[in-house]
Design a protein around this ligand. Structure first.
Ligand SMILES: Cc1cc2nc3c(=O)[nH]c(=O)nc-3n(C[C@H](O)[C@H](O)[C@H](O)COP(=O)(O)O)c2cc1C
Length: 235
């Protein structure tokens, strides 16, 4: 509102009205209209300063079509932004279809300030994402883990990840959200071994692997632990 109307044109009444709270509630939290935007400005200034000094690091988040990916923005992207990361999101085509359906592709782009990638760019187009300091694939499906181990690059997410694995010093963290039947597939272990040999950080969780498919009692995706791992690896 300050950007739209300027400081004089923005009153405490109009801010309260836009926020859907009474003027009394507004004054319970803020002394002045300037106070109400101070946290926002501090946060923006910190991000701006980090970007200016080159200290802001970019996390490449890859989301696959596993149950729970609907919460990618609220559970992973926004917390990563709050921790000071610039976040560039790429989705597999199936995950992209799921999240577009519920309006999340657009919301992710708004939160990150970068396009949420699903498809490839045209040959003449520039790269829509900046250079990445670390990749986090969360949640990763069994399908994407297997294809990544085999070097298959038949969508944008896998193309990006395949290149990342071949880039020395670029960490790749993967949380496979897989179930007992997928783990029992005879080829699974060889794919895990191949990725480990390539120094991919696999966050394998036995609790998930213990549950059958469509099990209502499987644990939730450990979003913040995945982010903690990224921060531990990248220092
Ligand atoms: C509702 C739903 C939930 C799913 N959850 C998972 C899951 O947790 N893990 C998994 O490996 N596959 C899961 N799948 C299957 C994948 O979506 C499917 O294998 C798909 O081809 C994966 O595509 P992607 O790896 O390109 O994202 C789920 C499918 C549906 C419809």
């Amino acid at each position: 509102m300050f950007a739209e109307r300027g400081s004089d044109g923005t009153t405490a009444e109009s801010i309260a009205e836009r926020a859907g709270v009474s003027l009394r509630t507004f004054y319970r939290y803020f002394r002045t209209k300037q106070d109400s935007v101070a946290p926002l400005l501090n946060f923006g200034a910190r991000r701006c300063g980090l970007r200016h000094t080159g200290a802001m690091r970019t996390l490449g988040v890859i989301g696959c079509a596993a149950g729970g990916v609907e919460k990618l923005r609220t559970e992973l992207v926004e917390p990563a932004v709050e921790r000071g990361w610039q976040v560039a999101v790429t989705l597999t085509p199936t995950a992209g279809g799921w999240l577009r359906e519920i309006g999340e592709v657009e919301r992710i782009a708004q939160v990150t300030g970068l396009p949420c990638r699903v498809g490839p760019r045209l040959p003449g187009e520039g790269r829509p994402h900046p250079d990445i300091d670390c990749y986090l694939v969360c949640p990763a499906t069994a399908n994407t883990v297997v294809k990544l181990a085999l070097g298959i690059a038949d969508n944008q997410a896998l193309t990006t990840l395949g290149e990342a694995i071949g880039t020395p010093g670029l960490p790749v963290v993967v949380f496979p959200k897989i179930n007992a039947t997928q783990v029992r597939h005879p080829a699974w272990q060889s794919h895990v071994d191949a990725l480990r040999a390539a120094e991919v950080h696999l966050l394998l969780d036995d609790q998930f692997a213990a549950h059958g498919p469509r099990s209502g009692s499987a644990p939730g995706i450990p979003w913040s632990e995945a982010l903690d791992t990224v921060e531990r690896i990248t220092g």
